[in-house]
Design a protein around this ligand. Structure first.
Ligand SMILES: C[S@@+](CC[C@H](N)C(=O)[O-])C[C@H]1O[C@@H](n2cnc3c(N)ncnc32)[C@H](O)[C@@H]1O
Length: 424
């Protein structure tokens, strides 16, 4: 076993200790805080991949492990066993995996006495785990999230969403230029909505065309709000809640005069970095979206939300969150809609979207906004862009996207998108 593999596994266990610890952290926060910065890029990618795969299969791993444990060991050893189980059940060579995981425990300052237990349990998993793995059900969402989602979408839909979360997600790209040419260059396929999908992609920054700024990473569902807004060259467009800038780049690439607003200094730095890499221009403003002034032809409001639509890419979310902050976010979204409406020109249009599966952050938000604003109308026709299935249109006239849609080609993130027109 190379030293590289040891470091990646130790780091994966570290990430899991933080995400599943007493004060849970999101993986994105840990990475932005430099948790893996000391590792070389391929090790960093491997640690992240291992932690992500372990979170996706956590319920299955725990079911297999519980047969061999009389009581739960400390969290770090649990996580060593979980990572080992995931690797063993996904085809990892038994000898290498067991030895490395035992070494991690034996080198630990306070847990080395548990190396015998680690060895014994992982040997049993190596013997019977891989055969038992496939017979286990797709891991379920935790109760705090399963409850409201089942109420909204029904038991069958939740089962399909859980299967989609377990399957994970391919890499989707938005081309700055021609999508077909990009698909050929990166070995991907063009999706019905125009994004380019790459299965089993490696390190993103090493892919062809990244350094040249020919594309950016963006889930196919996340690329739809701008396609629905249909910016026209020269239009003054306000991009509210813009970071890290996926939609800003789409708007700028279509020739719009874009003002991108976000209240986070480090996240706005990412927008600028991204714009520079792809050679596009937008005005960037660090400010609360509810304080922005001016008068705009069109607005894209990609409001902060529970991000429950992105769980197939971010399986840490159901563990690191408990829903306690969602009420506040729903209030913030309504305030943002109302303020944005006040800076939209009469006759103008606004796309409101969230990467959420909760109707309170989508369908309900629009229903309530329509009651507050007599000059607001929903434009259902605007949703008919290439690749959109009319069955995805919801009763109040928005677009409801779910992770279990397109399951035969790798799914899509959950999203809600509505086009709102202001009377002239
Ligand atoms: C869903 S993300 C936006 C994603 C982005 N539109 C894209 O396509 O890459 C939400 C953003 O809202 C920002 N945000 C949260 N509260 C805000 C506020 N009060 N004013 C402005 N931006 C805010 C966050 O910093 C975060 O970058």
């Amino acid at each position: 076993m190379s030293n590289t593999g040891v470091q990646a596994r130790r780091s994966a266990v570290f990430l899991l200790d933080q995400i599943l610890g007493e004060e849970p952290r999101l993986m994105s926060e840990l990475l932005a805080g430099g948790a893996l910065d000391k590792l070389p890029p391929d090790d960093r990618a491997r640690a992240q991949r291992l932690a992500t795969q372990t979170l996706r299969g956590l319920e299955r791993a725990d079911r297999l492990l519980q047969k061999h444990l009389n009581k739960q060991p400390p969290l770090t050893v649990q996580n060593v066993l979980r990572v080992g189980t995931i690797e063993l059940c996904q085809g990892g060579a038994a000898h290498g995996v067991v030895n490395t995981m035992v070494n991690l425990v034996s080198q630990h300052r306070t847990l080395s006495h548990l190396k015998g237990l680690t060895n014994a349990v992982l040997r049993k998993i190596a013997a019977d785990g891989p055969a038992a793995w496939d017979a286990l059900r797709a891991p379920r969402l935790p109760k705090w999230l399963r409850g409201p989602l089942s109420e909204a979408w029904g038991a069958d839909a939740i089962a399909a969403m859980e299967a989609a979360h377990f399957a994970g997600a391919p890499l989707d790209l938005t081309a700055k230029g021609d999508a077909a040419a990009l698909a050929e260059r990166v070995g991907g396929t063009v999706l019905p909505t125009g994004s380019v999908r790459v299965q089993d992609a490696g390190q993103v920054s090493a892919m062809p065309g990244f350094a040249e700024g020919e594309w950016w990473v963006q889930d196919a569902a996340a690329a739809l709000p701008v396609q629905i807004l249909k910016p026209v060259a020269g239009e003054r467009i306000l991009d509210l809640c813009a970071a890290p800038g996926g939609k800003t780049m789409q708007l700028a690439a279509m020739g719009a005069d874009v003002t991108a607003v976000d209240d986070s200094v480090p996240r706005m730095a990412r927008v600028k970095e991204n714009l520079t890499r792809v050679g596009l221009k937008a005005k960037t403003v660090i400010q609360d979206a509810r304080a922005i002034k001016g008068s705009y032809d069109a607005i894209l409001l990609d409001a902060p939300c529970s991000a429950t639509g992105t769980m197939r890419r971010h399986p840490d979310l159901p563990y690191a969150k408990d829903g306690s902050e969602f009420g506040e976010l729903i209030g913030l979204q309504a305030e943002m809609i109302d303020h944005a409406w006040s800076v939209l020109k009469p006759g103008g249009r606004m796309v409101f979207c969230t990467c959420s599966l909760l109707p309170d952050e989508g369908e309900v938000q629009v229903d309530e906004a329509l009651e507050r604003h007599a000059d607001m109308r929903v434009d259902v026709d605007a949703l008919s862009v290439a690749g959109v299935d009319p069955a995805w249109i919801s009763s109040e006239g928005g677009l409801r996207l779910r992770p279990d849609y397109w399951s035969d080609i790798g799914g899509m993130d959950g999203f809600y998108i509505a086009m709102l027109r202001k009377q002239g």
